[in-house]
Design a protein around this ligand. Sequence first.
Ligand code: ZN
Length: 141
Amino acid sequence: MRHFHGSCHCGNLEVDYYTTVAAEDAAVRACQCSFCRKHDARALSDPAGSIKITAHDPEALERYQFGFKAIAFLFCRKCGVYVSAYRQDGENAYANVMVNVLDERIRFPDPAPADLEGESREDKANRHRSKWTPATLTLGY
Ligand SMILES: [Zn+2]
């Protein structure tokens, strides 16, 4: 399993991404939703991997939602950096990681556009559960 570390700009939000896929072979997506477009976000996930997100100061963790409100867009209130889209389903959670926050972001390929407009709530849920990465969110140190 490969490990990629990342963080927001001020370091409050840290991400540890574990994946079976080499950086150079990763399928990076440029989600075309109205939020991701504004960030020029490049997203990555691996259902065989895992993501550990740590919010050292939970007060500075924003969980922005819109549309179906099925997922939370996690970003740091101190420095404004968007680190992950996160879905909580009862005890399970699934997330993707924003390549731009990874320390080794330069190694990843250019993204392919992913236009998910018109996707139903159910299709979205199934896609997150099957394609996103099993995730945990830790609040505090
Ligand atoms: Zn920050």
